[in-house]
Design a protein around this ligand. Structure first.
Ligand code: BG6
Length: 293
């Protein structure tokens, strides 16, 4: 049965069959696709559109949506052993169930659950839930619970695509002294360490950083700070020109309009959940500015 929704929250069905939950609250507006429990729009009152979705995105059932905040789970990137398994796990293409929606004076909270998927990659008893708080700030809390009988190894990311006005003016800050693994270098290159606090973009970037304090995505007119809990890693990614050509649902100029800063447990920060344990990965996006980043 369809969940009844409070005032200011509605279902919207895309022509291709995907269903969205649309939130219109005095504090903020948002859209969440039930496929992937993927936020595709968030705009605080008087603030900019924070997340980017490609204009080439066709919203096809069963295909990953290029933009917003895809959920990578229960593995980030390539599967550690199964080369046939899809990149970034199984959660982003799956249909989620909307469990509850509640409205308060300061925003709306949605709770979504990943139904049991018939796959050897997710042991029986391992459950995944996403809480989304839409208000002046946006919070995502992704909770993995291991009700199974053995250890569960996993990695994950809240793969946020930020909406950038001009890549030449954008930067990510909070990186001074932070260790990182550079996916574009051979593994043998070992540890790298950021010398500068800011990372600007003029070529392909694909790195796993291990930050100790909040990162921010900034432009001269807007700053979005990422306050995280349960995360010891962050992926920073821009495909630039060459890699763009190999990406689905991505226009030639799109690398100038997006930057991914992904709140994660991946690389050296991948996790093991013993039977009976649970882990929450959370991020709050705090927007300071009225213009686009
Ligand atoms: O094309 P996908 O599967 O959505 O992945 C996009 C990118 O996601 C990033 O998180 C990875 O670091 C990149 O290596 C990858 O290309």
């Amino acid at each position: 049965m369809e969940l009844a929704l409070p005032e200011g929250v509605n279902y919207e069905d895309h022509d291709n069959g995907l269903r969205f939950v649309v939130v219109n609250h005095p504090c903020a507006a948002a859209r969440v696709c039930l496929q992937g429990a993927q936020v595709t729009h968030f705009q605080p009152a008087q603030g900019p559109e924070v997340f980017w979705v490609s204009e080439a995105e066709p919203y096809e059932p069963g295909k990953a949506i290029r933009g917003g905040i895809p959920l990578c789970w229960p593995w980030f990137g390539a599967h550690p052993s199964d080369t046939a398994a899809p990149a970034h796990g199984l959660a982003r293409d799956a249909m989620w169930t909307l469990q509850s929606v509640s409205r308060r004076v300061d925003g709306v909270t949605l709770v979504l659950q990943l139904p049991e998927l018939n796959t050897p990659h997710i042991p029986t008893g391992v459950e995944l839930q996403l809480q989304i708080d839409v208000g002046a700030e946006l919070l995502l809390r992704l909770t993995t619970t291991n009700n199974g009988v053995s250890d569960f190894n996993f990695s994950q990311a809240l793969h946020a695509y930020f909406n950038i006005a001009d890549i030449n003016l954008a930067q990510v800050s909070g990186l001074a002294g932070v260790q990182y693994d550079d996916s574009l270098l051979p593994q043998a290159s070992g540890d790298q360490r950021a010398l500068m606090d800011q990372l600007k973009f003029d070529a392909e970037v694909d790195r796993i950083y291990y930050p100790r304090r909040p990162l921010a995505v900034e432009s001269p007119v807007c700053r979005v700070e990422l306050i995280t809990e349960g995360s010891g890693s962050a992926v920073i990614w821009n495909p630039w020109i060459e890699k763009s050509r190999r990406l689905s649902h991505f226009l030639a100029q799109d690398y100038q309009r997006m930057v991914c800063v992904e709140t994660a447990n991946c690389g050296r920060d991948s996790r093991t959940l013993v039977a009976g344990a649970s882990h929450s990965l959370s991020v709050t996006y705090v927007v300071d500015g009225t213009g686009k980043i």
